[in-house]
Design a protein around this ligand. Structure first.
Ligand SMILES: [Ca+2]
Ligand SMILES: [Ca+2]
Length: 181
C-alpha cells in the first residue's frame, strides 16, 4: 500500500507543472522584464543628466575665461578708490564694454537670448541654457564672510559665482575667488 502511494506521488511529479506553478512562473518572468525595462529607463535619464552637466561646465568655463583677463577694479577708477557699487559703470551698456570683473555682477544671459562664449558671442545652439553671475566682496581675513557691496574699506578679494540653468531649472554652479592686483 505504501509502495502504491509513493508510486502515485512519483507519477504526479513526473507529469510536470501544475497550472498554479505555471501562473506563478509567468508572473515572475513578467516582473523581471518590467524591472529590466524600468532600469533601462533610469540609465537613459542618467545619461541625459550627464550631458547637461558637461554643457553646464562648458558654460561656466566661458565666463571664467571671459573674466580671467579682466582687472578686479574698473581701470578708469583712480588708484586706491573705494568701490561701493558693483556692476557695470554707467557708460558700459553691453557685455562687450565690460572692463572689470564686477561689471558681471547680476549678469543673466537670458537677456541676450542665449548663453555667451568666452569671446562674448551668443551660443544660439545652447539657447535652452542660461548663465547667471553674482560678484561679491568678501572679507580678506575670512573668505566665507560676504561684505555688502558698499562696504568701506573695499576688499581686495571678490568671489564670482556662476550658475547655469536649463529651461529655468538650476543645473550647476561654481564659485571662485579673484584678488585685486
Ligand atoms: Ca567697468
Ligand atoms: Ca564695475
Amino acid at each position: 500500500m505504501e509502495n502504491q502511494k509513493s508510486k502515485i506521488k512519483n507519477q504526479t511529479s513526473i507529469q510536470g507543472f501544475s497550472l498554479i506553478e505555471v501562473l506563478i512562473a509567468t508572473v515572475l518572468v513578467g516582473l523581471a522584464i518590467a524591472a529590466l525595462v524600468a532600469a533601462n529607463g533610469s540609465f537613459t535619464m542618467a545619461n541625459v543628466a550627464g550631458a547637461d552637466l558637461s554643457t553646464a561646465e562648458f558654460l561656466v568655463e566661458q565666463i571664467r575665461e571671459l573674466t580671467t583677463m579682466l582687472p578686479v577694479v574698473d581701470p578708469n577708477l583712480p588708484a586706491g578708490a573705494v568701490v561701493t557699487v558693483l556692476g557695470p559703470e554707467a557708460d558700459e551698456t553691453g557685455v562687450t564694454l565690460y572692463d572689470d570683473v564686477d561689471d558681471w555682477d547680476d549678469f543673466n544671459s537670458a537677456s541676450l537670448g542665449a548663453p555667451i562664449s568666452a569671446q562674448g558671442t551668443p551660443l544660439t545652439n545652447l539657447a535652452a541654457f542660461s548663465q547667471q553671475v553674482i560678484v561679491q566682496k568678501i572679507n580678506p581675513t575670512d573668505f566665507d564672510e560676504v561684505w555688502p557691496d558698499n562696504h568701506d574699506p573695499s576688499s581686495n578679494f571678490i568671489r564670482i559665482t556662476v550658475s547655469i540653468f536649463e529651461n529655468g531649472q538650476p543645473i550647476s554652479s561654481a564659485s571662485w575667488i579673484r584678488a585685486r592686483y
